[in-house]
Design a binder for this molecule. Structure first.
Ligand code: NCD
Ligand code: ZN
Ligand code: ZN
Ligand code: ZN
Length: 359
């Protein structure tokens, strides 16, 4: 056994489905899954079904529902729509960033009109992050707008060779862009889709081997790992029209530790991608006396039945990984011991950002 201590990890992109679709996940099951995966803080996306986080009232409702139900800390993003630009200044200080959907995915927040996209990018406070769901051509739309809107943008779940190459090039030209990659785009390809069926359906989709190889080859241009934890029920995913998304909170760290074990990245780089970079970009408050302990030599098999997420399935079922979370300490209290969850609802809180460093 090789016990190592790491900071409590930060996942800057999760969908906890609460309120609106708590049959898929809720604040309690989602934050339990987060802790089990080594995350002590997560940032929740605004595409809630039925009650998207696109008004000051919806944001207040979400925070009210969350309070008292969280096992780890949760912060929120605000969703952009063509009609809520005037509310930006009211909510900006309370959320970790604005989310802008440029392609179709779960929810109904896609924005098509170029002029509206530009207005949104100009209206959201300069020093606060904008996260974009952009795939393929819409990555170029955002990059094309950047010089004229003159602001920072964060690309969610980058999945293609051309995308990471364009983002790398933008960085080299000094444009203020950052990006994240989800583990499923690093460890699965479109070749897995026939085997995975509905479990292989997500946005962006699983890509070609050449895309996956390009992500690994450009790892130094990837700022952070984000799970894009997007739970749906087993029935939904095995039905006729499986919705987009896969859970990821409990498999991300073991997969990334496996990559460390295989020499694909260093442990320092893992910590940078799963703690330092998201903390810095989004301005997460520090959690005192908070850390996780992992056994980075333990080989085990991912088992869907053992997951804490309400969705209780995973595209990584049966995969052999090296590296397991043994304990999690949150603000001096043992939240996980020997893999068992001791934390209770109320141990986590709704967090708001500190002043952000946009460099
Ligand atoms: C996400 C969801 O279900 O909320 N789905 C997904 O496939 N990634 C939405 C998203 O992040 O695009
Ligand atoms: Zn997305
Ligand atoms: Zn997402
Ligand atoms: Zn080995």
């Amino acid at each position: 056994m090789t016990l190592i201590r790491l900071p409590g990890l930060i996942d800057p992109h999760v969908h906890l489905r609460d309120p609106g679709a708590t049959h898929k996940e809720d604040f309690t099951t989602g934050t339990k899954a987060a802790l089990a995966g080594g995350f002590t803080a997560v940032l929740d996306m605004p595409n809630n079904l039925g009650d998207p986080t696109v008004s000051p009232d919806a944001l207040a409702r979400k925070a009210d529902v969350a309070r008292g139900r969280l096992l780890c800390d949760v912060g929120f993003f605000y969703g952009a729509t063509p009609s809520n630009i005037s509310t930006f200044t009211q909510v900006a200080a309370k959320v970790f960033g604005l989310k802008l959907y440029l392609d179709h995915t779960t929810g109904d927040l896609k924005i098509e009109d170029l002029e509206t996209i530009r207005e949104i990018m100009l209206a959201w406070p300069q020093e606060k992050p904008i996260c974009v769901h952009a795939e393929d051509r819409t990555v170029a739309v955002v990059l094309g707008l950047l010089p004229s809107v003159g602001r920072q943008v964060h690309f969610c779940h980058v999945s293609e060779k051309v995308e990471i190459e364009l983002i790398r090039n933008a960085k080299e030209r000094g444009l203020p862009v950052t990006c994240e990659v989800a583990p499923h785009h690093l460890f699965l390809t479109e070749g897995d889709v026939p085997r995975l069926a509905g479990f292989g359906v997500m946005k962006p989709p699983l890509r070609r081997r050449a895309d996956v190889d390009a992500l690994w080859a450009n790892l130094d241009a990837i700022d952070m790992i984000a799970t894009d934890h997007a739970p749906h029920t087993l029935d939904e995913k095995t039905g006729d029209n499986p919705p987009f998304g896969v859970p990821g909170l409990e498999t991300a760290l073991p997969l990334m530790l496996t990559a460390v074990h295989e020499g694909r990245l260093s442990l320092d780089r893992l910590v940078e991608m799963m703690y330092i970079a998201p903390a810095r970009l989004f301005g997460l408050p520090t959690q005192p006396d908070t850390y996780i302990e992992v056994d980075n030599a333990r080989r085990w098999q991912i088992e869907a039945a053992k997951l804490r997420t309400r969705s209780a399935w995973t595209p990584f079922d049966g995969m052999s990984v090296v590296g397991a979370v043994l304990s999690v300490v949150l603000r001096g209290r043992e939240a996980i011991r020997n893999g068992e969850v001791l934390a209770e609802p109320g141990w986590g809180g709704v967090i708001e950002p500190e002043a952000v460093d946009t460099e």
